[in-house]
Write a protein that binds this ligand. Structure first.
Ligand SMILES: *Cc1c(COP(=O)(O)O)cnc(C)c1O
Length: 295
């Protein structure tokens, strides 16, 4: 079976926030979070051709790495169960401190979890080799799922756009989603600017990564909206996310989508956009991993 999930559930809805009305911007959100309850939207996009490659190479198992709240780990666990791969997840952190719903779901999907201390996690490849040397059945998926095979799946987003947008925004962690979007827009020759909002500190290094996957294809990366770094939150961000949920009925989490949306409102108030421009932002999913931070 070729791994596939229907992405038709990813509808595009208008987003009405006061600042967008004030600046006369038309803003929409693409609901990749609706593609699957556990395979987070962009993680499915990135996994699609990775899994096809694994099938083509007749691999029967997947191994990957992630943090204790990693949407990527959960996506791999769920996709493995769905498409018939055994899965191993190397988790950053001690087992005792980790009893969270994300890892419990990974376990329920049959993922073998191997815990690695924060210190040893830097020697990731050592662990991979220790467990899987000479094991030809295992396919290695990089942490976060970003790699060359991740690009075409994300690029397919561009095929789903019917109307013209002046800008598309996504949250950016490892850069695979941004790269895939840029590639898709480029291939379809759309006149749309593609933007990533880095949710990590020091995001400039991502340019090198992205270049490996898409060469000179253009995109914009905003590196000043990380709010202290990966998974760092503050009252303003948490309140923004809470009131967004209350006012739209759309659940977002503060690690990715809320940070991106807040950046979008800040760019709007500083007149980064021209009046009447049309902006699409991606809801990349991941609600399982992060919304606990809002309770
Ligand atoms: C992983 C993730 C991202 C980041 O995607 P990259 O391709 O790593 O940049 C964005 N949003 C959500 C919800 C995620 O889980």
């Amino acid at each position: 079976m070729h791994p596939n999930l229907n992405t038709a559930a990813s509808i595009i809805e208008p987003l009405h926030l006061p600042i967008f009305a004030e600046k006369q911007l038309q803003v929409f959100i693409k609901r990749d979070d609706l593609i699957h309850p556990f395979i987070s939207g962009n993680k499915w996009r990135k996994l699609k051709y990775v899994l096809r490659d694994a099938k083509a190479k007749q691999k029967t198992a997947l191994a990957t790495f992630g943090g204790a709240f990693s949407n990527h780990l959960l996506a791999v666990a769920s996709a493995g169960a769905t498409f018939g791969f055994k899965t191993t997840g190397f988790v950053r952190g001690e087992e005792l401190e980790i009893k969270n719903p994300v890892l419990k779901m990974c376990h329920l999907f049959g993922m073998r979890l191997v815990f690695i201390s924060r210190h040893d996690y830097r020697e990731k490849t050592f662990y991979y080799q220790k467990y899987f040397t000479n094991d030809e059945s295992v396919y290695y998926v990089p942490e976060g799922g970003s790699c060359l095979h991740a690009i075409p799946g994300v690029a397919e987003i561009a095929l789903e756009l019917i109307e013209h947008y002046d800008h598309i925004f996504t949250a950016t962690g490892t850069g695979g989603t941004l790269a895939g979007l840029a590639q898709g827009v480029f291939e379809r020759q759309l006149k749309t600017q593609v933007h990533g909002v880095a949710v990590i500190k020091g995001g400039d290094y991502l340019h090198q990564e992205i270049k490996q996957w898409i060469g000179e294809v253009p995109y914009n990366l905003h590196v000043d909206f990380h709010r202290g770094g990966y998974a760092k939150t503050d009252n303003e961000l948490v309140n923004f996310a809470r009131s967004f949920i209350r006012n739209t009925g759309i659940v977002i989490e503060p690690i990715y989508t809320a940070k991106m949306l807040m950046a979008l409102t800040q760019l709007a108030s500083s007149d980064f956009f021209k009046p009447h421009e049309k902006i699409l932002c991606m809801h990349t999913g991941g609600v399982w991993g992060g919304h606990g931070l809002l309770f």
